[in-house]
Design a protein around this ligand. Structure first.
Ligand code: 48F
Length: 260
């Protein structure tokens, strides 16, 4: 075997990352957050040939799905979401009629794998910290920074990418929607124009509302997953994930329609 040269390993990593990073400074869809809703959305978008990237704050994409319920590594999906488990080839058993149980590890890793293999790009350890809005009041991109700069409270200016559509898939915190309100006032497509805020746990109601709350909430900004319920003032649902999967699929459909 030839002697391994660490400089080649270094160059391989940095050149590949730089090439991808530069390529995605212009894209069709940029998603904040690689939880189940963001990753499912990216899968369906990539499958339709759309250039899509997810920026994920943490080291591990997957959001709140890895931990199942209270770190018992299982998730529940109801009848409506079962088709997406089948599409992703995630195994499950029917615990009681209409309650399907899957390993949270298999579900999360499979969704992430299928999402990237479909052609979606995921950059981890990068946080969205602002949006680009121009004269026409439409969002045109994301402002990003290494998550580590924020954690270390370093005073470092961010970088910018352009995207035709951006998606808030940041979960309970609905961070992109909050940024928009903070920066340009209460102009969201909610009854108050503001982020209304998540209501207490009520799985049945929360799951029934999440697909309907998946919308274009501001010109070129879509919201999906738990962020959609939080913005529109709907309840949380805990470790039942059908709504997250269906919301990810729904936002992809809405975006595909808009980009036509
Ligand atoms: O929280 P998360 O899993 O959101 P989701 O896809 O799913 C919600 C469920 O996990 C669960 C639930 C339903 O069963 O209630 O909570 O709606 O994933 C959100 C991801 O966004 C990342 C965060 O690290 C997480 O992985 N994130 C949050 N803020 C930012 C971000 C940001 N500003 N920039 C980049 N990533």
């Amino acid at each position: 075997m030839e002697i391994l040269d660490e400089r080649i390993i270094t160059k391989a990593i940095v050149e590949n990352f730089s090439k991808d990073f530069l390529d995605y400074t212009d894209c069709d869809v940029a998603i904040a957050g690689a939880g189940p809703s963001g990753a499912v959305a990216a899968y369906y978008l990539a499958k339709s040939g759309i250039k899509v990237i997810i920026y994920e704050r943490k080291l591990s994409p997957g959001g709140g799905m890895w931990g199942g319920g209270m770190m018992f590594p299982y998730i529940v999906v109801q009848t409506e979401g079962k088709g997406i488990l089948d599409e992703f080839d995630i195994s499950y058993n029917e615990y009681q009629p209409g309650y399907y149980v899957a390993s949270s590890i298999e579900a999360t890793s499979t969704i992430l794998s299928k999402c990237t293999k479909a052609g979606a790009k995921i950059f981890n350890t990068i946080s969205i910290e602002d949006v680009v809005i121009r004269e026409n009041d439409e969002i045109e991109g994301f402002v990003l920074s290494w998550s580590a700069t924020g954690i270390a409270k370093l005073h470092v200016d961010p970088l910018v990418i352009k995207s035709k559509i951006v998606v808030d898939a940041t979960g309970h915190d609905c961070e992109v929607c909050k940024i928009v309100c903070r920066k340009i006032g209460n102009k969201l497509n909610t009854s108050t124009g503001t982020v209304i805020g998540e209501k207490p746990m009520w799985a049945d109601v929360a799951e029934k509302h999440v697909e309907d709350n998946t919308k274009e909430i501001y010109p070129n900004l879509f919201v999906t997953g738990m962020a959609a319920n939080a913005v529109y003032g709907a309840p949380r649902m805990g470790p039942i994930f059908g709504g997250m999967l269906l919301s990810g699929k729904r936002v992809a459909e809405l975006i595909i329609e808009k980009l036509k």
